[in-house]
Design a protein. Structure first.
Length: 276
């Protein structure tokens, strides 16, 4: 098979395309350059240029329909699955244009995992939810599978709750446990980036708190980009926040600045609840 540009490689880091306040912080891993997306004739993203730092949590906020989930799906080419989508500009991960003909999309999605708004465990056992994904990527030795399943469940703070019922149906777990299982499944194949689209929106406050604690722990190893409508959640867990409105990036800065001294009045009005 031809060299994909991603296989068996770690993404390298690059200098940020968009300057941020503290240049001593982690270097950028994801860069978008004048990224626009069209659904047919309708433009959903308008020349988005931003850089996302490695091993930090970046939150996308904004009202419904502002383009934040669309942008999230651009980062692992999930929009390829939608008819009549046209993209201009570039998305670079570790300096590699992900739309290059050299890039294997399957390998890209292995490196850039995704957790969806609604938990979607397979109708299999807890063990098989993770082992199945690993087998798809070539792991077949039982001892290796056992070790990887345990490690993934430990990393997702779920092992102690399910270790005695690994072969029970994952559909018997609570909503919060199912979402953490989906996170465990995403990290089992060792991505470098995890995309999360409203991962706690369907959960109760206790389960939401557990998912948020997990995200804070996971950023030690992974770069995390999260879409959220919950302003308090963005303020609690993210290092950087990007505010979008009608397909445009209005403001992008440290979360502290966005929520305390935003540069744009439109941002201030949104984060203080005056609109949206």
């Amino acid at each position: 098979m031809a060299d994909t540009g991603f296989a068996n490689l770690k993404f390298k880091t690059v200098v940020p395309a968009v300057p941020v306040e503290d240049a001593t912080l982690n270097t950028s891993l994801i860069v978008t350059e004048n990224l626009s997306l069209y659904y047919g004739e309708a433009q959903a993203l308008k020349s988005i240029s931003m850089s996302i730092r490695e091993r930090m949590v970046t939150a996308f906020i904004g009202p419904s329909g502002c383009g934040k989930s669309t942008l999230l799906r651009c980062l692992n080419r999930m929009n390829d699955l939608i008819d009549h989508v046209r993209i201009t500009g570039a998305v670079r991960i570790g300096g590699q244009d992900i739309h290059s003909y050299e890039v294997d999309v399957i390998e890209l999605r292995k490196r850039v995992g995704m957790v969806f708004q609604k938990s979607n465990p397979f109708p299999k056992s807890i063990y098989e939810n993770i082992a199945y994904a690993l087998r798809l990527h070539g792991m077949n030795d039982k001892a290796d599978l056992d070790e990887a399943v345990e490690q993934s469940l430990r990393s997702s703070a779920l092992w102690d709750e399910v270790k005695d019922r690994l072969h029970s149906s994952a559909l018997g777990l609570s909503g919060g446990q199912q979402q953490r299982l989906c996170i465990a499944r995403a990290i089992a194949i060792q991505p470098e980036i995890i995309l999360m689209d409203e991962p706690a929106s369907a959960l109760d406050p206790i389960a939401t708190g557990r998912v948020e604690d997990l995200i804070l722990d996971l950023k030690k190893e992974f770069t995390i980009v999260i879409v959220t409508h919950n302003m308090q959640q963005a303020a609690r867990i993210s290092d950087y926040t990007a505010f979008f409105y009608l397909g445009e990036l209005i403001e992008y800065d440290t979360t502290n600045k966005i929520f305390t001294v935003p540069a744009k009045k439109q941002t201030e009005d949104y984060v203080t609840g005056r609109f949206g």
